[in-house]
Ligand binder design. Structure first.
Ligand code: GCV
Length: 728
């Protein structure tokens, strides 16, 4: 039962919450449930004044009308001017006489191009709340912030907000293919219906833009980094133009992925050599063509010479040669190149994770001003936990953009409840120590550490055609958290989880505490039941779904055995000076911290060290015992999450409650699969028994190794595992 105050009345009554399907995301705008707060909001906001004819101010007006009507349970008239008390005024000094009359001066200047102020004031004797900005898009962001304050039932008496993004380009990267499949997507098909574009523009495109603007995202890269040159042809540019038109009022700039060999594939050239003048001229003409159609086009995202993609090295040129050629084509229009640093060669190296640093560090300072190097959070590949990428802090003359994965390729895909906000915060707060203590990854990417000219952050999308957008209700939280942290990388992921919970589920305080607790523990849970103590890449090759630590006989650096290196002596990849010496890519303090067996945190132990089974972890346990303990703790956390979820049932609508409950049951079954398969396998090396307090796996190692799950890599499901473990 949810507590709902009826419109027109302050009385609370108990009635079942109506079923929801999750499509409204965090923009549900249900009637404020706290009667006292509702009364306060109704008293303070009875009229709305958002003058101005720009599409962006129109979007703000629409959103406020929609939001306030829902939250306050009554229509809010839109007035031409603030003539009544209790008016919400929104705009810029240029768009609104009221905002100009407030003379916000330096306070307003300080929030810059995209920021906003929310303040209370007395104007011509009337009490008003003002959402003020220097630009229309700032006013739109401020409108969403005001709505959030009401959705989370904050106190208007103390409401005063001043906010500006710390990162300039805040981009969602779609890995969407032109046939509407989505690489590593677990939420249905691609939203972009290329067959019907540009003629059909379904409402979902606008809702997508609303969602992105509500969390401060200002860029969207539409296509897979494993790129198809066709998107750069004239018919597709026309389709992209149409999408850009829908997104523009919401401050969203469109980016495309540029296939390096496009001049040959669609341009009829014989080469894509970046130093060939005909190639440079082709890209220049292509950029001109794109900007004629889309004047606010953001630029290109490029994956080159990685995993078989074409690139400048095919012509014995450097990444800088390739990136600069594209940058020169975009520069006259103000576009940027996001050149990805996720590179590893087709010829397996001694230690794959060293390659990006080895290739890019010598190029520091060699890129054009409008090139940013887009670096994944870790040097391997979005594993449940990785130490921060050593390039952060190592490229003071080249702006680095942080790439995070929102889609959970390696963390349980659609079903597992894993709150990535906690993951992102861990990355952002990692200390590179390059300029002494407190040289955080967040300081690198917001430009403050090295004085970067441009700053950017990118999140790989988890959005598709699924009714709930993200494959599961809780996966929406990861999209939301990415946006909020992109705006303010110093923000607390726990605070963000609380906002999201209040907006998405309920404002019942006890339920909020429980859900936030589930979210905050979920990240450690998945690390524990998949890859504890610094293990990485234990999943089956290709589908990246279930456990398969035994896989070998493939290209070595695609196999789990390459990464865990278990033998009868111990387990883990020696990346110290006695091994690959990858630690040397970090600043000396960090290299010592990770490289020294006495100081390396247990969380990274096996990432950097080959430890003996009988060695002691920092927790004082043998490596074998600690490994076992972590795997069991991971499963226990999921069992606890299921229990916790049941305690909030009365505050959640039945449909979404059941959706989550079903997925938690699957998560528990799969967590047990990960645990049992891994421990049976590693036990063949440690030759140590499972300590008596832990219940033994129900099947033999052979049984787990013979499972072929998933049968279809596109459908991560394992019926045998559900039959064995699933409990209701
Ligand atoms: C888009 C990993 C993923 C690939 C992805 C690649 C990348 O290898 O499994 O699907 O390709 O990262 O980030 O380029």
């Amino acid at each position: 039962m949810a507590t709902i105050a009826g419109p027109g009345s302050f009385a609370s009554l108990r009635m079942p919450a109506a079923d929801e399907d999750g499509h409204d995301l965090w923009l549900r705008y249900r009637l404020v449930s706290n009667a006292e707060r509702l009364a306060q909001y109704r008293t303070a906001i009875a009229h709305l004044v958002v003058p101005g004819s720009s599409p962006t101010l129109g979007a703000a007006r629409d959103e406020l009308t929609r939001g306030l009507t829902g939250l306050l349970g009554r229509a809010i008239p839109i007035d031409a001017a603030a003539t009544s008390t209790a008016t919400l005024v929104v705009g810029t000094p240029a768009s609104s006489r009221e905002i100009a009359a407030l003379n916000l001066g330096g306070r307003l200047t300080a929030v810059g191009n995209e920021g906003f102020l929310i303040t209370s004031a007395t104007l011509r004797g009337s009490h008003v709340i003002a959402v003020a900005a220097n630009t229309d898009v700032g006013a739109l962001y401020g409108s969403f912030a005001l709505l959030r304050a009401l959705q989370t039932q904050g106190d208007l008496a103390t409401l005063s907000d001043s906010s500006a993004p710390r990162i300039q380009h805040r981009i969602i990267d779609h890995w969407d293919n032109l046939d509407r499949t989505v690489e590593r997507g677990y939420a249905g098909r691609s939203l972009w219906d290329w067959d019907h574009l540009p003629d059909s523009l379904p409402a979902v495109y606008r809702d997508y833009a609303r969602a992105e603007a509500s969390i401060g995202i200002n860029g969207v890269s539409l296509t897979n980094v494993n790129a198809n040159a066709k998107v750069l042809t004239a018919p597709y540019i026309e389709k992209v133009r149409a999408l850009a038109g829908v997104f523009r009022p919401y401050g969203l700039h469109v980016y495309l992925t540029a296939r390096f060999s496009a001049p040959m594939e669609i341009g009829g050239l014989k080469t894509a050599d970046p130093l060939d003048p005909s190639v440079a001229a082709w890209w220049k003409a292509k950029a001109d063509e794109i900007y004629r159609a889309i004047p606010d086009f953001g630029g290109f995202v490029v994956k080159a010479n990685s995993e078989g993609q074409p690139g400048p090295q095919d012509y014995h040129r450097t990444h800088a040669d390739g990136a600069n050629m594209l940058a020169d084509a975009l520069a006259p229009h103000g576009g940027i190149v996001l050149w990805r640093a996720f590179v590893y060669s087709n010829v397996p190296a001694q230690d794959r994770i060293k390659q990006a640093y080895t290739e890019f560090k010598p190029l520091d300072g060699k890129f054009r001003d409008n090139v940013l190097l887009q670096v994944k959070n870790g040097s391997l590949d979005f594993q449940p936990r990785e130490p921060f990428h050593p390039l952060f802090g190592a490229m003071p003359k080249t702006p680095l953009a942080l790439e995070l994965q929102i889609t959970k390729e390696y963390l349980g895909e659609d079903t597992h409840l894993v709150y990535m906000g906690a993951y992102y915060e861990e990355v952002l707060k990692s200390d590179t120590r390059v300029n002494g203590k407190g040289s955080l990854v967040a300081d690198v990417i917001d430009g403050s550490l090295h004085g970067y000219r441009q700053t950017a952050i990118a999140g790989v999308s988890n959005v598709g055609t699924d009714r709930n957008w993200s494959g599961s209700h809780f996966n929406q939280a990861n999209w939301y958290a990415f946006g909020r942290l992109a705006w303010d990388p110093t923000a607390s992921s726990e605070r963000i989880a609380e906002d999201w919970t209040r907006m998405t589920w309920t404002n019942d305080d006890a339920a909020v505490r429980t859900i936030v607790h589930m979210m905050m523990t979920s990240r450690e849970a998945v690390v524990n039941y998949m890859e504890p103590l610094g293990l990485v890449h234990m999943m089956g090759t290709d589908h990246h779904y279930g456990p398969a630590p035994w896989v070998k006989n493939l290209r070595p650096d695609w196999t789990p055995v390459y990464f865990h290196r278990a033998d009868t002596i111990g387990i883990g990849f020696d990346r110290t000076v006695t091994g690959s010496n990858a630690v040397a890519q970090y600043s000396p303090e960090v290299a010592r911290h990770f490289g020294d067996r006495d100081s390396v945190p247990d969380a990274y132990l096996l990432f950097f060290h080959h430890a003996r089974w009988s060695d002691r972890t920092r927790a004082g346990l043998t490596v074998w015992y600690d490994l076992v303990r972590h795997y069991y703790a991971g499963v226990d956390s999921v069992v606890a999450m299921r229990r916790e979820w049941h305690t909030v049932q009365s505050t959640i609508d039945a449909r979404r409650f059941r959706d989550v409950d079903d997925f938690l049951a699957i998560q528990e079954a799969e967590a047990k699969w990960w645990r049992d398969a891994a421990l049976l396998y590693f036990g063949t090396f440690s030759r140590m028994p499972l300590p008596a307090r832990f219940a033994p796996p129900p099947r033999t190692l052979d049984w787990y190794m013979k499972l072929h799950c998933p049968a279809d890599p596109a459908k991560p499901r394992c019926p045998e595992i559900y039959k064995l473990y699933l409990t209701r």
